[in-house]
Write a protein that binds this ligand. Structure first.
Ligand code: NI
Ligand code: MN
Length: 239
């Protein structure tokens, strides 16, 4: 399995059978724009070109612009299936997206690549045009023998302990940027709650409010005997 970071909260997870894109926000991301303008690495430019992104599923945690900005175009160009709460899937379908799989909190579904549970996130959710975006969530994904918790935008919540009761999480992808979501201290506690010391950070640096000192974050987790990785945009890692 491979995971590629496309900036902010956007990741592409490639399992043995499917490509799963999370929370696409690439083109409006000023850090991505800067990389495009300055890099000489053609493969990096291609990875960050939303016209080139191939995926079978787009998982959307909640309705905010910084999680859905490129979703409609990618869903239409790839014919991928959007997986989110009922309200968000209905919104994409009203825009002409053909394939949708609506879920709601606590529900699981077995897709062709594995099983997905839509879990609680403590945040808000409204779509960019003001349409009600249901309640925000995160996902627990079981695929290729691994369990990944993608938290979405969330505060620290005791509900995360329920995940550890039902799953052995191999990787937790957690927001760390503070202000709109958990900051690093609470993300470290969240990793404890889900009983996973292998963390990838997201939702940091994109805007002024969420800039973090990478070294401080890594040290904080290390002090708690946890490992956090802050992937660089365009980086791909083997899971
Ligand atoms: Ni949000
Ligand atoms: Mn956000």
């Amino acid at each position: 399995m491979q995971l590629t970071y496309l900036g902010h909260a956007c990741f592409l997870l490639e399992t043995s059978t499917a490509k799963i894109l999370f929370d696409p926000f690439v083109n409006p991301n000023s850090i991505v724009q800067e990389i495009r303008a300055t890099t000489l690495d053609k493969s990096l430019v291609s990875k960050l070109n939303t016209d080139d992104i191939q995926c079978d599923y787009v998982l959307v945690s909640h309705g905010h612009e910084d999680h859905v900005a490129d979703a409609e175009a990618i869903l239409k160009s790839t014919n991928a299936t959007v997986v989110s709460n009922f309200e968000i899937v209905s919104w994409f379908q009203s825009k002409g997206v053909q394939n949708g799989h609506p879920m709601n909190h606590g529900g699981s579904w077995t897709f062709d690549f594995g099983r997905v549970k839509y879990v609680t996130a403590v945040h808000s959710s409204v779509l960019p045009d003001g349409t009600y975006g249901g309640n925000p969530g995160g996902f627990v994904i079981e695929a290729d023998g691994k369990t990944i918790y993608y938290a979405g935008d969330t505060a620290l919540t005791y509900d995360m302990k329920l995940i550890a009761e039902s799953y052995k999480v191999d990787l937790a992808i957690l927001p760390i940027g503070d202000n709109f979501t958990m900051g690093p201290e609470d993300a470290s506690k969240a990793a404890k709650f889900v009983e996973c010391d292998n963390v990838i950070g997201m939702h940091f640096d994109t805007f002024g409010y969420i800039k973090v000192n990478h070294e401080d974050v890594i040290n904080l987790f290390a002090q708690n005997d946890q490992h956090i990785e802050l992937m660089t945009i365009g980086q791909t890692k083997e899971l």
